[in-house]
Design a protein around this ligand. Sequence first.
Ligand code: ATR
Length: 271
Amino acid sequence: MSNHTAVIGQPIEHSISPKIHNFWIKENGIEVGEYKKISLNKEDVKSFLEKCMSENYKGLNVTVPHKELVFELCDQASPIAEKLQAINTITFSENKIIGDNTDPIGFKNSISSNNQAKYIENKKALVIGAGGSARSIIYQLQLMGANVVNANRTESKSEKIKKSLNINFDICSLQDIPVILKEIDFVVNTTSLGINGTNNSLVDFDLLKENSYVYDLIYNPKRTPFLMNAEQKGHQVQNGLQMLILQAAASFKIWHGIEPQISDQLIKSLE
Ligand code: ATR
């Protein structure tokens, strides 16, 4: 076995990364095995990485909840992965585990391709949630010139992100969201509220500044009630599918040296 790629996480059943990578592997005629999804307990991650190395794997994507643990297990990490202390892309090279993180670039490209930058530079952005995805997004929004406010159920997690990223942003409680909405140009939901039809009523879109941009990282369902409510109130909306595809594209480029195409056919195959 050699040159394989896969995604590790837990739970992993829902992951559509294999569909994306296998589409591009086929489209580009790359001679690697099928990209797989592998469910791993925390305790098994280290030995699995060693196994991959001995079996000449090309690389792995890493998803929840192993991104931070894998950072600890890497021999080298890119500057951005060092900053985030989280890995979503591993490359095995010369007996070394090299870590990178393509989430911020995936988020950035998902925005620039749709010309939403005007909602970000020197504007106020509200990021809801303080998990792994929020960390990448806060970092990237800040780089793009936004004034970020982070709101999370567990406020200490926002403080933790602020400390570890060593950047300045405001923090508020979920209860305080209504008070600041009239100043917000860009809202991102990074919480899991909305997956599998759960309700997300953290934002009253009547109170949000007019004509704002509302982004939900969830892509299944395609339009969460959160996005539907925002759209009904005249805000522009976007789900998380483009970011997922674009972070995958960046991983694909790292491993295979090819910039894969984001074709309509690919997007159709994911629906
Ligand atoms: P990811 O890596 O995708 O960001 P995560 O690290 O598990 O996933 O983060 C999930 C986020 O959803 C967290 O910010 C979590 O809030 P807590 O930090 O308080 O746990 C948020 N979240 C999950 N369920 C929630 C709920 N019922 N209400 C509010 N926030 C919730």
